[in-house]
Design a protein around this ligand. Structure first.
Ligand SMILES: Nc1ncnc2c1ncn2[C@@H]1O[C@H](COP(=O)(O)OP(=O)(O)OP(=O)(O)O)[C@@H](O)[C@H]1O
Length: 343
């Protein structure tokens, strides 16, 4: 199912949550709505679901205008952050639920329901737990049941609102991979809301970056990360060091992993584009080392990210102590010329 959103506007009082949103989602695509808290991601998802009505604009599912269509007629599956499983039903009954409440004319036979549930539980690798109750499952397992339940009615569109938000980092990572796999196996058009950049970049075919109800940029994970359209996208997708003076008309940034650290012998000539700085502190986090420097010409701090081995090599040539002078040389700078894309 292809989705087309045209000139969509929606406000709650003075809060604009969809500001002239235009977006086309291809059939079978896995799309992430990414943005900070309050940027309107959930509101847009709810308009697509029919849980909120827009103030103006339209939503089409293929050629059908569903802008004012009832939730139930949209053929959508939902997964929310907080597993809304029925506590008194087994895993299998939870998955079967959407099918058992269909009108008799559309309801599959008991045998077909049992087969479909078994197939889905197999897909989400929970077949051995079919007879358990939700309280006997881990958080990750519950979300997998929620997904199987959402897919049971064979929706054309799957909407997921922070589906892994309540889970710990390791389980989240496992479920991301697994969501991608299931999505591609099932071929359903899927839209998921997240405020986690890494999650969006890792899972989605395309990412929609939202800010204050507006779409800042739509692109593949590589496009939005490597070629951010606006300073907002640059700053939201990963860490940055601003290199422009405050209020500058051409915002300029460098990412912490795109800076070389060079020794600054007293009186040595500045390397091209080198920024004079002094060492402040070093922090090792897993496989990376984060170094903090202070510019010599201002109080601005500049973060540099090195791999552990890059750092070991550097530190063997240049032991860092309070005030050690260095040259920082950006290897890639992104500059935004008057409302243009980053270059
Ligand atoms: N029913 C409502 N009534 C009034 N204001 C609302 C309503 N729903 C959302 N809002 C407001 O609209 C803005 C956008 O909310 P929304 O939930 O769409 O953002 P979000 O990007 O999904 O944020 P989060 O990641 O925190 O869920 C927020 O300021 C929120 O307080």
């Amino acid at each position: 199912m292809q989705i087309r959103i045209q000139n969509l506007n929606k406000s709650f009082g003075r809060t604009v949550v969809c500001d002239n949103v235009n977006l086309q989602i291809a059939s079978g695509e896995l799309l992430a709505l990414l943005g900070p808290s309050g940027s309107g991601k959930t509101s847009l998802l709810r308009v697509l679901a029919g849980l909120e009505l827009p103030d103006s604009g339209s939503v089409h599912f293929d050629e059908r205008d569903v802008t004012w269509a009832d939730v139930r007629s949209r053929n959508i599956g939902f997964v929310f952050q907080h597993y809304a499983l029925f506590a008194h039903m087994t895993v299998a009954d939870n998955v079967a639920f959407g099918l058992t409440v269909l009108p008799a004319s559309q309801r599959p036979s008991k045998k077909e329901i049992a087969e479909r549930v078994a197939h889905l539980l197999d897909k989400v690798q929970l077949a051995p737990l079919a007879k358990r109750y939700p309280h006997q499952l881990s958080g990750g397992q519950r979300q997998r049941v929620a997904l199987a339940r959402a897919l049971a009615t064979q929706p054309k569109v799957l909407l997921l609102d922070e589906p892994f938000g309540a889970l710990d980092a390791k389980v989240r990572k496992e479920l991301r991979r697994w969501l991608r796999q299931i999505h591609h196996d099932m071929g359903v058009t899927s839209i998921f809301v997240t405020h986690d950049q890494e999650e969006a970049l890792e899972v989605a075919d395309r990412v929609v970056v939202m800010n204050a109800g507006r779409i800042e940029q739509v692109g593949t994970p590589n496009e939005v990360y490597e070629h951010p359209a606006t300073p907002f996208v640059m700053e939201f997708l990963g860490d940055v060091n601003p290199l422009h003076p405050q209020g500058s008309a051409t915002p300029t940034y460098v990412r912490p992993h795109q800076i070389e650290v060079l020794p600054a012998a007293p009186g040595s000539a500045a390397p091209q584009d080198g920024i004079a700085a002094i060492w402040k502190q070093t922090q090792v986090v897993g496989p990376y080392t984060y170094l903090e420097f202070q510019r010599s010409d201002s109080a601005q701090l500049i973060d540099v990210q090195l791999t552990r081995s890059e750092h070991e090599q550097l530190a063997s040539r240049m032991p860092f102590a309070a005030g050690t002078p260095v040259w920082l040389r950006p290897t890639r700078v992104t500059e935004f010329v008057e409302a243009g894309a980053g270059i």
